[in-house]
Write a protein that binds this ligand. Structure first.
Ligand code: FNR
Length: 180
């Protein structure tokens, strides 16, 4: 399987990126995971739609050929970061490559709310007509990692066993959804 990840943080030491990297290694026998470049997308404007830049075309093609998408979002001011919203706005146009695409929302925060408000917004966006992604129902399937500093090690990998076991369970259900 071919899985593409959108990571809403551009920070080098991003916990959200670390989570995606942990997933890439942990599930390498199940799928190949590639982190898409969303930083080089221009701000979305309808003026560019007729002749979209290469970065947009590349992302759309990457998503189109993906079997599934993981979206890792930090919480910025109770919502998703602008860079991620910008990518989703681009992906909601043209061929609407997210339509029906299996998407797993995940998020990490150093604090106690674990991106729950950002993920609520993200799920609303994923339900919008231009995106219309396929997601697992939330209850029991929300990967919301709190207090990240206690759960990642010095090599930037998620090492908290209870969290990893939970992610394994959600991933099993997500891969079944993606194959259905
Ligand atoms: C934050 N942070 C934050 N945390 C949170 O739990 N709720 C929030 O609303 C916000 N808002 C917020 C706004 C801005 C502009 C920044 C820069 C940060 C803290 C955030 O969760 C923390 O920086 C994470 O570590 C960001 O994720 P990455 O970069 O580690 O993936």
């Amino acid at each position: 399987m071919n899985v593409v990840a959108l990571v809403g943080s551009l920070r080098e030491e991003s916990f959200n990126l670390q989570l995606v990297q942990t997933m890439a290694e942990r599930y390498q026998s199940l799928f190949e995971l590639t982190v898409a470049d969303i930083a080089s997308l221009p701000y979305f404007t309808e003026s560019l739609e007729a002749n979209p830049p290469e970065s947009v075309v590349r992302l759309q093609q990457q998503i189109k050929s993906a079997d599934a998408v993981v979206i890792a979002t930090p919480e910025y001011n109770w919502s998703i970061p602008g860079v991620l919203k910008n990518a989703l706005d681009w992906l909601s146009r043209g061929e609407r490559v997210m339509n029906g695409k299996p998407v797993l929302p995940v998020g990490v925060s150093p604090f106690m709310m674990g991106t729950i408000r950002a993920q609520k917004h993200l799920r609303d966006i994923l339900d919008s007509p231009g995106i219309a992604a396929k997601t697992l129902v939330p209850g029991g399937n929300e990967i919301l990692i709190t207090f990240a500093r206690d759960k990642f090690d010095s090599t930037n990998r998620l090492v908290d066993e209870a969290t990893l076991t939970f992610i394994d369970q959600v991933m099993t259900r997500f891969l079944a959804l993606a194959k259905s």
